[in-house]
Design a binder for this molecule. Structure first.
Ligand SMILES: CC(C)(COP(=O)(O)OP(=O)(O)OC[C@H]1O[C@@H](n2cnc3c(N)ncnc32)[C@H](O)[C@@H]1OP(=O)(O)O)[C@@H](O)C(=O)NCCC(=O)NCCS
Length: 153
């Protein structure tokens, strides 16, 4: 399959929590029940879900929830969760485009800072997108080693 991420075949938009599952499940919850895709705060009005469609197929998702980490001082902080791109579509800058679209949306909505727990595997992806690590590495049971990462929008 030839993939070209610089085309008009890409459409990024807000989607529902349920719509994220076909990407969340294989990428982030592989081998576990489908219901494990559900996250607290998924259905709150303040939560935003974004999907990237390539040739009308959903290939990337990301969720942003209003949540404050006390190590940061900004009043309006959002937490990124469930960032995933289907395996066959990784490495083509779909993740980058999705993140940039979401950051712009959050900025317009006066969000000052984004933070999240990043899997160490994804560290370079987030660093390339302007995020820094904070504190020490820590373990999330059943998922693996993580860092807190963040950036001011
Ligand atoms: C992390 C993730 C969302 C990034 O999305 P993506 O579309 O693959 O990311 P991009 O293509 O925008 O950027 C990936 C970088 O790695 C490079 N890369 C090369 N081959 C790659 C591959 N097979 N997979 C991923 N990245 C690859 C890309 O060139 C790019 O580098 P650059 O920015 O220096 O050019 C995606 O890889 C993913 O879903 N990973 C598994 C789940 C995960 O770890 N999620 C994060 C939880 S915190």
């Amino acid at each position: 399959m030839k993939i070209n991420s610089n085309t008009t075949d890409i459409n990024i938009k807000r989607i529902t929590a349920l719509e994220t599952y076909p990407v969340r499940h294989p990428v982030l919850r592989e081998g576990r029940p489908f219901e494990t895709c559900k996250m607290e705060a998924d259905d709150l009005e303040s939560t935003f879900h974004f999907g990237l469609y390539y040739k009308n197929k959903l290939v990337g998702v990301a969720t942003f929830m209003m949540d404050k980490d006390l190590r940061f001082t900004e009043k309006k902080q959002y937490r990124l969760r469930g960032m995933a791109v289907l395996t066959a579509y990784q490495g083509y800058h779909f993740g980058k485009q999705l993140l940039q679209f979401a950051e712009q949306f959050l900025k317009v909505n006066k969000v000052e800072r984004v933070w999240f727990n990043a899997r160490t595997k994804a560290l370079s992806f987030y660093k390339n997108n302007g995020y820094n690590t904070y504190g020490s590495i820590f373990d999330i049971p059943d998922i693996g080693p993580h860092y807190v990462m963040s950036k001011i929008l």
